[in-house]
Design a protein around this ligand. Structure first.
Ligand code: SDX
Length: 429
């Protein structure tokens, strides 16, 4: 295989190196294209453009493969814990017993938020979307820890910021939920593991003992693992872009939360449930809604279907669909929207429009049904995605900083008015 690419521009031949990744992916390194030829490339949505080299996550969209640091997602979802997967993404290796105990201890230690932060919650409108609250609260953490704003702070301070983020985001998420309900906040109970502590803060009440459900904990652990990273997706690229200006990590993650909120990205899990409920309330005519999704003149999209990279099944969707059946069976839940989801998938996957465009269920299609079964409210679904994706965002940011990557600054092709002189108001028509 050639290690050079030749491009002929205006009759002149330019050569650029070909880069090959550890899984055989290949790229043309055009870092010198503009300097040598004056040309740039144009690629809306960066569909064909690599922004970086990364050793964190490998996915193969054609084969439906997803590995975190080389470990198949299927094995991690089955055998690991979300905190262990967080350590793996951040450090590149699975922790030994001592490393895991230390990491777990640091996360438990930092689970409280500054008491002053509780006042912030009182000033949000009581129907405020929890993603808007979470993005604001995570960014405000940078004001409580001003040392985090120093781009040259020592690595041990960066590690403390990472512990604080992973430890405090569940606390902030649970407070935003309780605030929404007008219920008293639950302080973290550091005797509980990461997932159980979050569920305790979400569903515990100061007036009674909280009894966890291992089925719920296991389902949430699996869902958080499956959401933990996904290479250069929209929100991870946002975190890298903001971090590349040497803005602090809290602000970079806050920007990632904002990007994830979009209905085409992490907001899709809330849209899926609302879509399934709309179809059910509309009489359950699945074909009618599939036809609407295919109609170019209709803005309706089949949320939870399609993916920028997966042109085969999203491997996470397969695991989540199986977990969905298990959780609902164990909990004795019979959710009518699950039947609609199954029928919708069946009809869509036989439809030429979806087959031709390689549109399959993605990670968001079934996750909402499990969240519902474990009593997570719909408006918290994308918050759950953010909790899962947090270690991935931080790992991507950390890799960008450690590799001393340059500030992100894409070019453009200008298509506006060419040079013209100013005309005084009285002389204009
Ligand atoms: C996530 O990038 C990641 O890794 C993201 C993520 C992660 O873990 O970070 O995996 C999480 O964001 C999953 C995706 C969640 N979003 C949705 O479920 C929203 C519905 N899906 C679509 O909006 C869409 O499929 C995207 C945004 C996910 C992908 O869009 P692309 O890659 O830009 O593809 P496209 O919009 O150009 O679509 C190609 C064709 C178009 O038709 P034509 O113009 O060729 O005729 O497929 C059609 C689209 O109209 N199409 C759909 C569709 N998705 C694409 N038609 C109907 N319903 C859909 N869901």
């Amino acid at each position: 295989m050639s290690d050079k690419a030749k491009i002929i521009l205006d009759g002149k031949t330019y050569e650029f190196p070909i880069v090959t990744g550890s899984e055989g992916e290949r790229a043309i390194d055009i870092s010198k294209l503009r300097d040598e030829s004056g040309f740039i490339t144009l690629d809306f949505g960066y569909k064909n453009t690599g922004a970086t080299k990364s050793a964190i996550t490998f996915l193969d969209g054609e084969e439906g493969i997803l590995h975190y640091r080389g470990y198949p997602i299927e094995q991690l979802a089955e055998k690991s814990s979300f905190l262990e997967v967080s350590y793996l993404l951040l450090n590149g290796e699975l922790p030994n017993k001592k490393q895991m105990e230390e990491f777990d201890g640091n996360i438990r230690y930092h689970s409280l938020v500054h008491e002053d932060m509780k006042r912030f919650f009182e000033f949000f409108p009581n129907n405020a979307h929890p993603m808007g609250i979470l993005s604001a609260m995570v960014n405000s953490l940078s004001t409580f820890y001003p040392k985090s704003q120093d781009p040259n702070r020592p690595m041990k301070d960066v590690e403390r910021t990472i512990y604080r983020l992973i430890a405090k985001m569940p606390t902030l998420a649970a407070i935003s939920y309780k605030n929404n309900l007008g219920h008293p906040y639950m302080y973290p109970n550091n005797k509980l593991g990461y997932v159980d502590n979050f569920l305790y803060m979400m569903f515990g009440m100061p007036t009674e003992d909280y009894v966890g459900d291992p089925v719920v904990s296991d389902a949430l652990n699996k869902l958080l693992i499956l959401h933990a990273d996904h290479e250069q997706n929209c929100s991870a690229s946002t975190v890298r872009m903001v971090g590349s200006s040497q803005a602090n990590l809290y602000s970079a993650v806050s920007a990632g939360i904002a990007a994830l909120w979009g209905p085409l990205h992490g907001g899709a899990n809330q849209e899926v449930i609302e879509m399934l409920e709309t179809i059910r309330n509309d009489g359950g005519d699945i074909q009618k809604w599939v036809d609407k999704a295919k109609d170019k003149n209709d803005p309706f999209r089949l949320f939870g279907f399609g993916h920028r990279v997966y042109k085969n099944f999203d491997p996470r969707a397969i695991i989540i669909k199986k977990a969905c059946d298990e959780v609902l069976k164990k909990m004795g839940v019979n959710d009518p929207v699950l039947d609609i989801a199954r029928r919708l998938e069946e009809i869509a996957l036989k439809d030429e429009y979806f087959i031709e465009r390689k549109l399959y269920p993605n990670v968001d299609f079934y996750s909402g049904i499990i969240y519902r079964a474990i009593n997570i409210p719909t408006r918290m679904f994308t918050v759950m995605f953010a909790l899962g994706r947090l270690p991935g965002w931080i790992a991507q940011w950390k890799e960008m900083v450690e590799n001393k990557e340059p500030i992100g600054r894409p070019r453009q092709i200008y298509t506006g008015a060419t040079k013209r002189d100013y005309v005084a108001l009285m002389d204009r028509k």
